[in-house]
Design a protein around this ligand. Structure first.
Ligand SMILES: NC(=O)c1ccc[n+]([C@@H]2O[C@H](COP(=O)([O-])OP(=O)(O)OC[C@H]3O[C@@H](n4cnc5c(N)ncnc54)[C@H](O)[C@@H]3O)[C@@H](O)[C@H]2O)c1
Length: 247
């Protein structure tokens, strides 16, 4: 008899990871490669670092540039890759311009954040969901944020609103995907030590665990959400915040 496949194995999963050059996205790529996934990696640009990461990992099918705000680019990438069985979406921006009373703060900043953080996930879901429904199988995991629950401390109102929007979108998508075995979930990280937070005054001693989170600690949650182990989870936003918010 064949030994049962471990529930967190990603053997046989064709997984698209966005924001793959970023802190959490690159950690997810490393982990999911180790778990056996075939990987399609994408970010705004294919930097030399992303290229190096891709060549160092097993299972990378392709690495491609794609601007998540551009529906045509997202669709072109998805349609060029054949069947994609899972998505981990980590692309995001956090401009830290929370001085919204300043005359310089304008709708352009709001629109940019919404386009990347909220229209981006919509673009991916719009391109992927119909095929997943047709195959009656799929997984999507999105990055919300603790800011989407409690408002950002340092991040601006647009960022907090965009992440609250991601939490709602996960549920909207889960309602449509779940009857077809397309399971859509998300993670709400606390303060994670990546390029997004570095140099913005987050201090370890203010955190309940006296440290910031590590990108790997979010990658673990994301890889679980696209694994067979999460087969009965739908519309969940898992908190991984080091105890900064307990609900
Ligand atoms: N770091 C944290 O503390 C934290 C906390 C909560 C939520 N998050 C969320 O986790 C996700 C990953 O964050 P991170 O910390 O790894 O940040 P990061 O800045 O290291 O990575 C984000 C990646 O998104 C990419 N990106 C930005 N705009 C894009 C676009 N238009 N098209 C394609 N790619 C684009 C960037 O190039 C970058 O590689 C984000 O959605 C972020 O909002 C992070």
């Amino acid at each position: 008899m064949q030994p049962a496949r471990p529930p967190h194995s990603l053997q046989g999963t064709r997984l698209l990871i966005t924001g793959a050059a970023g802190g959490i996205g690159s950690a997810a790529a490393r982990l999911c490669s180790a778990l056996g996934a075939e990987l399609i990696l994408t970010d705004l640009q294919v930097t030399p670092e992303l290229d190096r990461l891709a060549s160092s990992l097993k299972g990378v099918m392709t690495v491609q540039a794609c601007d998540v705000t551009q529906r045509s680019q997202v669709e072109a990438l998805v349609h060029s890759q054949g069947e994609i069985s899972a998505l981990i979406d980590t692309a995001g921006i956090c401009p830290y311009d929370d001085d919204w009373l300043s005359p310089d703060w304008n709708e352009k900043a709001f629109e940019k954040v919404m386009q990347v953080n909220l229209l981006g996930p919509i673009n991916w879901a719009r391109a992927l969901l119909p095929g997943m429904i047709e195959r009656q199988q799929g997984r999507m995991a999105f990055c919300g944020s603790v800011a989407g629950w409690m408002g950002g401390v340092r991040a601006g109102p647009h960022y907090a609103a965009s992440k609250g929007g991601v939490h709602a979108l996960v549920r909207w998508l889960a309602q449509r995907g779940t009857p077809h075995n397309v399971m859509v979930n998300g993670v709400a990280p606390g303060v994670i030590d990546t390029g997004m937070t570095s140099g913005h005054g987050y201090q370890a001693h203010t955190q309940p665990m006296k440290r910031l989170g590590q990108a790997d600690e979010i990658a673990h949650v994301l890889s679980f959400l696209v694994s067979p182990g999460a087969s009965f989870m739908a519309g969940c936003i898992l908190d991984a915040n080091g105890g900064i918010l307990m609900r």
